[in-house]
Design a protein around this ligand. Structure first.
Ligand SMILES: [Zn+2]
Length: 76
């Protein structure tokens, strides 16, 4: 289960969020769901089973930050 770092667009609070599937993070400070993912977002390389790496950039469903239209990290 990947833990991602998010920043709240509304109050700039940074927090870590454990992502279950396509669940959306919610700011623990102001409960806003307008968040953006920090780190390399869509260029993020997730480890597959067996240790191989799978780039998630080819699949638009794997970046939960891109589900909104303001994923500033990757431009989606
Ligand atoms: Zn907030």
């Amino acid at each position: 289960m990947p833990i991602y770092e998010y920043q709240c667009v509304k109050c700039d609070n940074e927090f870590e969020f454990l992502v279950f599937g396509s669940e959306k993070p919610e700011c623990p400070s102001c409960s806003s769901k307008k968040t953006r993912r920090l780190m390399s977002a869509c260029g993020f390389v997730s480890k597959g089973s067996g240790g191989e790496t799978v780039s998630s950039s080819a699949s638009d469903s794997s970046c939960s930050g891109c589900a909104s239209t303001n994923c500033s990290s990757c431009g989606h």
